[in-house]
Design a protein around this ligand. Structure first.
Ligand SMILES: NC(=O)c1ccc[n+]([C@@H]2O[C@H](COP(=O)([O-])OP(=O)(O)OC[C@H]3O[C@@H](n4cnc5c(N)ncnc54)[C@H](O)[C@@H]3O)[C@@H](O)[C@H]2O)c1
Ligand SMILES: O=C(O)C[C@H](O)C(=O)O
Ligand SMILES: [Mg+2]
Length: 598
């Protein structure tokens, strides 16, 4: 181990293996919490104000700066800057203020950020692979400066409910991976935000001089498939065992079918959405007082999210004793052409056929209101991208038909939500069981504080990803996805259950992610797809402890100062890290030690 004296003479040439280029997943040398020894070791001594700050002080400054930014997008930009300049402080701040900051780094603000990405861009935060790069993808991956365990990849063709945004879609992989880190403790430098530049059919963007992607129409389905084949092979060759999450593809089904048994991959819009909605749905069914077999669901929107959700609710209904046929017949899907029926006269996409109705007596329902009269649903799900589609008339009908109507307006961002929480509460006299995709504030109704559920994938994908990484799973099975839903439904504490919540408090997300991760690992073991077979021997408590130990903790960050300094600091401070009530444990090092080696 190096001596203190040796370390104090360190120059930037002797720094540990830092990334060759600073990216928002790796930067953090100028953390004002770094004590003098660390600054000397990093070669940053004298290059920043001398004060060694506690997290409380750092957070105070950050939150003040944030408050000074008048609009969500400016707050978003400030947080981008913070992540790029001090990644660990960014995650300390995010994990301590998860409820308040998530809407700024993720939905809804990330939606606006993607729409305006080409205008607000200041620095790259991930990797871009273009159609003209095909044949060279593997080589280009070598440019990425760190070792990757998980990537989120999009082609930007369906960003939230905002349509085709081409490479502007990069905000989504960046935002989702920030949540992987904040919610499940996947190390920031082990994440790769990846955007495929395969052209865009968004003509306005293509013609905008500031647009930063290729100015070509979206490549054909066959061309994209070939590109993805090369990409999947390249990613797994470069980083064996990498977990690949597909996100916001306009038509995700072919890739999911093609790769799910060969690679460690999943599609969050189909599978993560299905899981998170089932997780809250199980609790909503219980709270509704109506047995599973008596429910009927209308889904507005029959795309990847809608059918993904229905497929997993089918699994739940089957577990509740229904036959597969009975379970499928609980759903009435509406898309842009009206009720999805077998006799509608158009060619139905494969994913819609299993839910297409044949009991519509030749009637083609175009209006949601009329369909509600016909079906008398207990459940209304919105995955249509049509903001405001659940209007007063619709919500009132649901309240007339049901004591506890289940209303899930899930389209993102908030502007696309089929209704707001306030509308749902007002028009159902406060009786609805509610969850939305984007967050809405709590409100008081009839003297009671009502809190909306947020049925957002962020409750499950971090645990699915961490479970896949830790179990070193060969593939991500449907059982593992379903396990994430079941685990989520059991993760509410007594108070949350007593308050009638459908989802746990987002502020407990790291603990929830431990439960989800355990469920995913155990199911990988049952399915025999795990390669970390030693984890099979652990009891549940031991496994939880193992998961927690593996989670990156931004309050206890050591890696970027090198093992030698970390050990030295641990022994001289007598403390294990930045924890200790979130104050900077490194402050305990004596001034004498610092002074002696200036
Ligand atoms: N948990 C979540 O928060 C979550 C997860 C995934 C997706 N989503 C949201 O769900 C929405 C849909 O995502 P997707 O992947 O299914 O998109 P998609 O493009 O695959 O599907 C959209 C569906 O809406 C239908 N639709 C469009 N206009 C309609 C209209 N006027 N009336 C009825 N139906 C109409 C389309 O026909 C299509 O079936 C997006 O807004 C997305 O942000 C939310
Ligand atoms: O990104 C989200 O907030 C959820 C989901 O993946 C979506 O596409 O809307
Ligand atoms: Mg998505």
């Amino acid at each position: 181990m190096a001596t203190i004296a040796q370390m104090s003479q360190s120059t930037s040439q002797s720094r540990p293996s830092l990334a060759p280029r600073q990216l928002s997943t790796t930067g953090g040398d100028y953390d004002s919490a770094n004590p003098a020894q660390v600054r000397k070791y990093l070669g940053t001594y004298g290059l920043q104000p001398p004060s060694v700050e506690s997290f409380e002080v750092q957070a105070q400054r950050c939150l003040r700066l944030l408050a000074m930014k008048p609009t969500p997008i400016e707050k978003f930009q400030y947080l981008v800057h913070l992540r790029a300049t001090n990644v660990h402080l960014f995650y300390r701040l995010l994990s301590s203020n998860i409820k308040e900051l998530t809407p700024l780094i993720y939905t809804p603000t990330v939606g606006e950020a993607c729409v305006r990405w080409h205008e607000i861009f200041t620095q790259p935060e991930g990797m871009y692979l273009s159609f003209h790069d095909r044949g060279n993808l593997r080589k280009i991956l070598d440019n990425w400066p760190s070792n990757v365990e998980i990537t989120v990849v999009t082609d930007g063709s369906r960003i939230l409910g905002l349509g085709d945004l081409g490479v502007n879609g990069m905000g989504i992989p960046v935002g989702k991976l920030a949540l992987y880190t904040a919610c499940a403790g996947i190390r920031p430098d082990a994440t790769l935000p990846l955007t495929l530049d395969l052209g865009t059919n968004n003509v306005a963007l293509r013609e905008d001089p500031l647009y930063m992607g290729s100015r070509i129409p979206k490549v054909s389905v066959e061309e994209e498939r070939e590109f993805l084949d090369e990409l999947m092979a390249a990613l797994t060759d470069k980083w064996p065992g990498i977990v690949i999450q597909f996100e916001d593809f306009k038509n995700p089904f072919p890739a999911l079918e093609r790769y799910q048994n060969t690679y460690t991959m999943f599609n969050d819009d189909v599978q993560g959405t299905g899981a998170v909605i089932v997780g809250g749905f199980i609790n909503a069914i219980r709270a509704s007082g109506v047995p599973a077999k008596d429910h009927r669901a209308i889904f507005l929107g029959a795309g990847s999210a809608g059918t993904g959700v229905a497929q997993q609710i089918v699994e739940y209904f089957i577990k509740e004793g229904l036959t597969p046929e009975e379970a499928r017949r609980k759903f009435w899907f509406v898309d842009s052409n009206g009720l999805v029926t077998l006799d509608r006269g158009d060619k139905l996409a494969v994913h819609k056929i299993e839910f297409a109705r044949d009991d519509n007596n030749g009637r083609q329902y175009q209006s949601l209101s009329r369909l509600i009269d016909f079906v008398r649903p207990t459940i209304l799900m919105g995955l249509s991208t049509i903001g405001g589609a659940f209007n007063k008339d619709i919500l009132t009908k649901m309240a007339t038909l049901n004591n506890r109507p289940i209303i899930f307006p899930l389209s993102n961002p908030s502007s696309k939500s089929e209704c707001t929480f306030e509308e749902a509460v007002l028009h159902t006299e406060g009786r609805c069981l509610f969850a939305s995709g984007s967050p809405f504030p709590s409100l008081e109704y009839d003297g009671k504080l009502l809190t909306p559920g947020q049925g957002n994938n962020m409750y499950v994908f971090p645990g699915i990803g961490l479970g896949a990484i830790l179990s070193k799973t060969v593939s991500i099975t449907q059982d593992m996805i379903y396990a994430s839903a079941e685990s989520l439904s059991t993760s509410l504490n007594k108070q949350e259950v007593a308050d009638g919540w459908l989802y746990p408090d987002i502020r407990r997300i790291r603990e929830v992610s431990v439960v989800v991760t355990r469920g995913v690992i155990r199911t990988a073991q049952k399915n025999g797809v795990d390669r970390a077979v030693e984890l099979r021997e652990l009891s549940d408590d031991q496994l939880d402890a193992y998961i927690r130990e593996k989670m990156y903790d931004p309050f206890n960050e050591r890696e970027n100062v090198g093992d030698a300094v970390a050990q030295l600091l641990a022994t001289s401070s007598g403390q294990s890290g930045y924890t200790n009530g979130h104050s900077n444990g490194l402050n305990g090092i004596t001034e004498g030690v610092q002074a002696a080696h200036l």
